[in-house]
Design a protein. Structure first.
Length: 318
């Protein structure tokens, strides 16, 4: 998931379980009618005044999620220079009875030499050589921010639209007393980021995975997920395809606040850096049924991950 996918608090719904939409049963409709009749008798009112006090059948859960987050990460990723990344995605998600689908459109700003860029929304080392900071502007023969080029000899900052991500989930198994909630996931990364400016790879990526969530005793939940991504090779590159997994535990601190901690690992795309490993802490605070506030803190555990990352955002449900 990673810090860069702060919107995956909405994507994966950690701390925000997704009940399926239920049809109002025949007996529920009968019960509603009885409530209306008893209310009329008990209050001794008739007509519009009484009807105005009847709330009607329960409304289905909100079907849409719209989230906006801002994430900042910084690290050297095994190079001689530091790469700072601002990742600000907007995600729109539609909930269905048996699954959901989401579209993420991010704004990206990366300050670095081109050795590190965003792949699927995650800061990732893509350069085989790291370059070094020797001045205030880049350039030079054979150097550039394209994935197939040698990284610049100095740090520059580039900004723009990042890669658009289309993601879907199918709810395979509902949680029960002994079975976890199980969802099958699929995702496609559209290469809308400018690869020549170091914002992306310029290639399509596809992936699939599985997610499990199980409520434990009282207010505790367990999380586990894993998957495999097919990474598109940019000209002059031969990236590894990427397996990944994460395991975590969450706690309902209050009725409104959910905290969770995850250990994550992603396979490196190049041999010159270790797999990305990190600890990620997430917080989800429900202001009300419509507005949720989110926050995150990431600590890198290998040179393939950022040294640290911070994020915050807001999610609307309707």
């Amino acid at each position: 998931m990673r810090m860069s996918l702060m919107n995956s608090i909405a994507d994966r719904s950690k701390g925000d379980p997704l009940p399926r939409v239920r049809r109002v049963s025949h007996w529920s409709r009968v019960g509603i009618v009885l409530v209306v009749i008893l209310a009329l008798i008990g209050e001794g009112r008739t007509g519009w005044a009484a009807a105005a006090e009847v709330e009607g059948p329960p409304r289905p859960p909100p079907q849409w999620r719209v989230s906006a987050t801002v994430n900042y990460s910084s690290g050297s990723y095994g190079t001689d220079s530091r790469t700072n990344i601002l990742y600000a995605p907007i995600t729109v998600r539609r909930i269905f009875r048996d699954g959901d689908i989401s579209l993420t459109i991010p704004f990206v700003s990366i300050s670095g030499t081109g050795a590190v860029r965003l792949v699927g929304g995650a800061p990732t080392r893509t350069g085989s050589s790291g370059g070094s900071v020797v001045g205030t502007s880049g350039g030079g023969s054979g150097r550039g921010k394209n994935p197939g080029e040698t990284p610049l000899s100095a740090t520059t900052t580039d900004s723009g639209i990042g890669d658009i991500i289309l993601r879907g989930r199918y709810y395979l198994i509902e949680e029960s007393s002994f079975m976890p909630f199980v969802a099958i996931t699929g995702r496609v990364k559209l290469p809308t980021a400018d690869a020549d400016r170091g914002l992306g790879t310029g290639e399509f990526d596809e992936g699939a995975g599985v997610e499990l969530t199980k409520r434990l005793v009282d207010r505790w939940l367990a999380y586990m997920a894993g998957g495999y991504n097919i990474i598109g090779d940019a000209p002059g590159t031969n990236f590894h395809n990427q397996w990944w997994y994460d395991v975590g535990i969450g706690h309902d601190v209050t009725d409104n606040l959910h905290m969770s901690v995850f250990y994550e690992e992603y396979r490196a795309l190049v041999d010159t850096v270790n797999n990305a490993r990190d600890l990620l802490t997430l917080a989800n605070y429900a202001v009300d049924d419509t507005v949720h506030l989110t926050g995150s803190l990431l600590v890198g555990l290998s040179n393939g991950a950022p040294n640290y990352g911070l994020g915050g955002g807001v999610r609307f449900r309707f």
